[in-house]
Design a protein around this ligand. Structure first.
Ligand SMILES: [Zn+2]
Length: 331
């Protein structure tokens, strides 16, 4: 019988379930999960989002019913997305920082109900502008960068004042990280609020269910002049380095699964920062749809996708699978 060379044999190192776990550089924990939640302006809402199976739009009055059981299971953090359905929208997204709007009310309510829960808030204008774009526009429909960054910073500061532990601008306007950081510092929130930048946010086909959930599709054109082209690795690297230089505390890559190389780049370029990635609505819907079609087991695939993100270098994952992981990680 031919014997294998010593250098050929690897299987001895991972023959036991425990020794297989030791192969990971980083293991998924509840603290690494941030749950994206949709809060609408009907305070009693509990409405299923058909394109995002298992996810709902919630009203402020329902937050205890929704979040309470998850906190019991070990939920550590959420990121809030506002879904205004009733308010009149305008050119500059005035309802974004309405003191009676769903985001600010939800921040205050969650802070009061769950003192240990970490509350991040998405910051963007597209849910609140009449044109559905993420910034302020010139008359010809192009982005006007300076007032866009100023307005985004105003909104971020309002969320910080309401008690958000973290503000996370997703708009991709040039200069907004610097503008937000300056506004936070000048208002005395420099040491009280974290700035998480959606740094490498690509113009992806995977945002469909989210736009459905948040009602944030642009009324004309698309977002290709500010979100990054999917083939733009160099641009992503520049955006990551810019946001680090402008004062971001956490760097994010979005979407996650088709951009693992960008996550790995970010882990090197911003090696001293926490690194987040967003397993976006379309990625979640895709994993769920494949499981329903019998292609794979849901839980196995959910772990495989998120573990690929950790392997690429993430320390924080925004995912709609968070409630399920809270159960799965206990088993
Ligand atoms: Zn937006």
């Amino acid at each position: 019988m031919a014997s294998l060379d010593i250098s050929s044999v690897l299987q001895g190192g991972y023959q036991h379930p425990l020794s297989r776990t030791w192969q990971a550089k980083r293991t998924l924990t509840k603290a690494m999960l941030m749950y994206p939640i949709f809060i609408t302006d009907d305070p009693d809402a509990h409405v299923e989002i058909s394109s995002l199976p298992g996810q709902c739009r919630w009203g402020v009055n329902k937050l205890e019913e929704f979040i309470g059981p998850l906190v019991q299971k070990g939920l550590k953090s959420v990121i809030i997305f506002g879904v205004p359905l009733k308010v009149p929208k305008d050119e500059s997204g005035t309802p974004a920082d309405d003191a009676e709007g769903p985001v600010i009310l939800a921040i205050k309510k969650l802070r009061a109900l769950y003192p240990s829960l970490y509350i991040a808030t998405d910051v963007c204008l597209c849910e609140y502008t009449s044109h559905g774009h993420c910034g302020i526009l010139n008359e010809d429909g192009s982005i006007n960068p300076a007032p866009s960054a100023t307005r985004i910073a105003e909104v971020a500061l309002a969320y910080a004042r309401a008690g958000a532990h973290c503000v996370a601008p997703s708009d991709m306007m040039d200069g907004r990280i610097k503008a937000i950081k300056r506004a936070l510092i000048d208002a005395g929130f420099g040491n009280r609020c974290t700035l998480m930048s959606y740094s490498a946010k690509f113009a992806s086909a995977l945002y469909g269910p989210f736009r459905d959930a948040a009602g944030s599709a642009p009324s004309f054109g698309d977002r290709k002049c500010y979100q990054l082209p999917p083939q733009g690795k160099g641009l992503a690297r520049r955006a990551i380095q810019r946001d680090v230089a402008e004062g971001a505390d956490i760097i994010m890559v979005k979407p996650a699964l088709p951009y693992l190389d960008i996550i790995q780049d970010a882990a090197q370029l911003a090696s001293d920062h926490p690194l987040a990635c967003y397993q976006v609505s379309g990625e979640y819907a895709m994993v769920v749809a494949g499981a329903r079609a019998g292609v794979y087991d849901l839980r196995t695939m959910a772990f495989e996708t998120c573990e690929s993100m950790l392997r690429a270098g993430c320390t924080l994952i925004l995912t709609y699978f968070t409630p399920q992981f809270l159960d799965w990680l206990d088993e």
